[in-house]
Design a protein around this ligand. Structure first.
Ligand code: KE4
Length: 429
């Protein structure tokens, strides 16, 4: 495939935008080469600036669960835009989307809309701190909750000491309130709650992780985490920016059967436009301004254009819940086909899958946390990524990402994907 125009556009972009992108993962740093510039998309396919057609397994990092340019969403946005795009005043459609989301998701009475998953998670932590009066939070190595300072923290020295910043610009003052635990390791959480008794506001977790590749919580871990938080009066925040409205109507809470105290959303809830949200039962949400003292705000929060896309998307999902199972079946078919090729060719690999989230790791160890995910052979991954791209299959440009299948992908597209792997598998040995 030719990528001349993408490369030329990338050179031009780098003159005016840091790294030529507005979000680092798009720059292909983890896999090398220049990023693909997309011109348009429809259904399961991306059309890039060199007129290549690519089967899309990213779906804009999750939002486009029904495929690109889904008619009901596009029509809703067009009609809404004709009446104005934002007013900074309450509109009926915000209540319509709020009511629908609350009806679909367990354990939430109220929801506040923001403009990104980062804002949702940042605000959820502030709300938890305001509600409990405690300062510290626990997050898990490898989980990503957006780029708010409190989340850009790496493991500190020793298991129960404070985290340390993993980005310049994040202060020690912030880092000291973020404690780092190990995913799927309940003892690591217990050690932190014991060493910081009575000081922790919340545990925030990706209930099915998608930022280390796809990582599934063991039933013992996630149930034990809920019980521990209840026992220690710590709020459990489910970051469902990826899993919300993707794993099922009720997201991870529903499919895992675990009640969270606060839930955050992004991606699908906005139908491809900028929407994030955080939600909880009334007694917690009542602490939020203007009802309560915990401040949070946003000029474009709940703007009618984004609301119209989210409402059209969630309405389709709510009325056709079989979409979730159809997507899960397609993902299982992809899993089976990729695995067959890799086993037949004796390529060390692990494939993790949950619903329509899946990831391929080139390691012979089970991938259950960040450490085991990092043991994947990145040189092999780079060959896999570029080899598939050359054949028109667009995968996430990092081994630490999950694929997100969209329902416009056909079984024929998946067969083409498996054939593409068959053609390059010799390079992976
Ligand atoms: P945004 O601020 O990017 O809308 O959401 C942050 C976020 C929060 N929580 C989870 C579980 C997330 O996965 C994300 C963002 N996901 C990344 C993909 N790994 C977005 C892609 C990007 O950073 O460009």
């Amino acid at each position: 495939m030719i990528y001349k125009r993408s490369s030329a556009l990338f050179s031009e972009a780098k003159k005016y935008i840091p790294g030529g992108v507005n979000s680092p993962v798009r720059a292909f740093k983890a896999v090398g080469g220049d990023p693909i510039f997309v011109k348009s998309a429809k259904g399961a396919y991306l059309y890039d600036e060199d007129d290549n057609r690519l089967i899309d397994y990213i779906a804009s990092w999750g939002p486009l669960i029904l495929g690109h340019a889904f008619e009901p969403v596009i029509n809703a946005v067009i009609e809404k835009a004709k009446k104005g795009t934002s007013f900074g005043m309450p509109t009926e459609i915000e209540t319509e989307l709020a009511k629908l989301a609350v009806s679909m998701v367990p354990n939430i009475d109220k929801i506040r809309f923001v403009n990104s998953g980062t804002e949702a998670c940042m605000s959820a932590v502030r709300l938890a701190r305001g509600y409990t009066g405690n300062d510290k939070i626990i997050k898990f190595a490898g989980c990503y909750h957006g780029h708010s300072d409190s989340f850009l923290i790496q493991a500190g020295s020793g298991a129960v000491t404070f985290g340390s910043p993993n980005s310049p610009g994040v202060t020690q003052g912030t880092a000291k309130d973020t404690l780092l635990a190990t995913y799927n390791d309940l003892e690591s959480v217990k050690a932190l709650t014991h060493a910081n008794k009575g000081e922790i506001a919340a545990v925030i977790i990706e209930p099915v992780a998608g930022n280390m590749g796809c990582i599934i919580p063991s039933e013992e871990f996630i149930k034990g985490l809920r019980e521990l938080c209840t026992r220690e009066n710590i709020l459990l925040i489910f970051d469902e920016v990826m899993t919300g409205f993707r794993l099922g109507k009720g997201g991870a809470q529903e499919v895992l059967g675990i009640d969270a105290d606060i839930v955050t959303f992004g991606k699908v809830i906005g139908g491809g436009l900028p929407v994030g949200a955080f939600a909880a039962r009334s007694e917690i949400m009542s602490q939020l301004a203007p009802d309560g003292p915990v401040y949070q705000a946003g000029t474009l929060s709940g703007n009618p254009l984004a609301m119209s896309a989210g409402l059209a998307m969630l309405t389709e999902l709510n009325n056709n819940p079989e979409i979730f199972w159809s997507l899960a079946d397609k993902t299982a078919y992809l899993h089976k086909g990729l695995e067959k090729v890799l086993i037949e060719n004796e390529v060390s690999h692990q494939i993790n899958r949950f619903g329509s989230m899946i990831s391929v790791h080139f390691t012979d160890e089970p991938v259950i946390d960040f450490t085991s995910s990092a043991k994947g052979n990145n040189e092999t991954f780079k060959k896999y990524f570029h080899g598939m791209l050359e054949q028109g299959v667009y995968l996430p440009p990092s081994a630490f990402e999950s694929y997100f299948l969209n329902d416009a992908i056909s079984y024929d597209d998946i067969d083409q994907t498996i054939i593409a792997l068959q053609k390059i598998v010799d390079q992976l040995k």
